[in-house]
Design a protein around this ligand. Structure first.
Ligand code: PMP
Ligand code: GLN
Length: 378
């Protein structure tokens, strides 16, 4: 067969957004804001373009931006990454994840993935001949059972992928989780791939626990981040990863082959914009208000839920409303009611929990109000 990924279909995010457009529906499916990125940041981009930053930047990214990222991580998580050797700007976190998996996974290597999982991890593992080893997150709050992780580790385990705050469940890993993981991984050669694209979207006074905060994790971790999520401009496709020198050397080999380098003027603009920590520290409060508004608006609906602790996603359980499969219900919702959401079965969730849809609340209050009106009538 010619296909390297025979089981893969078009991403649900593309399908649902297209369906939403085709049916003129409110789109709470694919994760992106329906409001504008900061004017100040846009004018920094135009300034950079006018200033002549229009040719290839260095392959690892604009050095000034890497320096700002290094300072930010140092101040938030207390670890020092060398901007020259340990930070790479990527085409969104998507490229960072792809590059990190491709750099290290050889045929037969096992990679532990927690279910439900973001949809890019497992196909990328398979594309490299790796074998995903799935572990189900458990309970209402989708926690990791660390005893299960210990049991799942074998001599073939090359990597573990974590994602906190977690898409699609909105769960987060706390200090205890990270210490458990640190204990488990010490004295192994396992690489940790930590997807932290929602690091600045964390609610209810919780603190983001970055892998870079824990020395026993940081020394073996590739941490991925995304400016698109943080600065309301997912379409600029700019993110980064940080890792110790010996890992980053391998990642850069793949980065040079996939994209070589990423857009120049945006990087120049971000470097300036990152100098003011307010630009990312205010984000949690902003999105917590959105979450609270959305949940308050639907509190009398027939959906049940546990409030999201992070990300800009909220799972809603529809088991009282219909017996349909999540995919069928999502399709009916967009076609007949004009509201698009993501069926969580695409994240490879177990059957029991597969009675939920994921709603993105990175939307104007007005959009959330309209969506809630539809949800309350179901
Ligand atoms: N990881 C997770 C968990 C995501 O939700 C997303 C998409 N928002 C990405 C990675 C990809 O990020 P980016 O848009 O920067 O490529
Ligand atoms: N990460 C976004 C989401 O979960 C979508 C990214 C994409 O479209 N690939 O909705």
């Amino acid at each position: 067969h010619i296909s390297k990924l025979p089981g893969n279909k078009t991403s649900i995010f593309s399908i649902m957004s297209k369906m939403a457009n085709d049916h003129d529906a409110i789109n709470l499916s694919q994760g992106f804001p329906n409001f504008e990125t900061d004017k100040k940041l846009k004018s920094l981009v135009t300034q950079a373009m006018k200033g002549g930053y229009n040719q290839y930047p260095p392959d690892a990214g604009v050095l000034e931006l890497r320096e700002e990222i290094s300072k930010k991580i140092q101040s938030l998580y207390g670890r020092s990454y060398n901007p020259d050797r340990e930070i790479t700007i990527t085409s969104g976190a998507t490229e960072a994840l792809y590059t990190a998996i491709t750099a290290f996974i050889k045929p037969g290597d096992e990679v532990i993935v927690f279910k439900p999982a973001y949809d890019s991890y497992e196909p990328t593992i398979k594309l490299n001949g790796g074998v995903p080893v799935q572990i189900q997150l458990t309970g209402e709050n989708y926690r990791v059972d660390w005893e299960e992780v210990k049991k799942a580790i074998s001599s073939k385990t090359k990597m573990i992928i974590i994602n906190t705050p977690h898409n699609p469940t909105g769960s987060i890993l706390d200090t205890k989780d990270m210490k458990e993981l640190e204990n488990i991984l010490t004295r192994t050669d396992i690489i940790l791939l930590s997807d932290e694209v929602y690091e600045h979207l964390i609610f209810d006074k919780n603190e983001h626990q970055s892998a870079s905060k824990f020395p026993g994790l940081a020394e073996r971790s590739v941490v991925c981040a995304s400016f698109g999520k943080t600065f309301h401009n997912t379409g600029w496709k700019t993110g980064y990863c940080v890792a110790p020198d010996h890992l980053m050397q391998e990642i850069r080999k793949i980065h040079e082959l996939t994209v070589f380098s990423v857009n120049h003027p945006m990087q120049v603009a971000y470097a300036d914009y990152l100098k003011d920590p307010k630009h990312y520290l205010e984000l949690s409060g902003f999105y917590q208000n959105k979450r609270d508004l959305f949940l308050n608006l639907i509190k009398d609906s027939r959906f049940s839920f546990t409030p999201s602790s992070g990300t800009y996603f909220q799972l809603l359980n529809f088991s009282v409303i219909t017996d349909e499969k999540d995919v069928d219900f999502a399709e009916r919702l967009v076609k007949e009611k004009g509201l698009a959401a993501i069926p969580v079965s695409v994240f490879n969730i177990n059957k029991k929990d597969n009675r939920q849809l994921r709603f993105c609340f990175a939307k104007t209050d007005e959009t959330l109000e309209k969506a809630a009106e539809i949800l309350c009538k179901l």
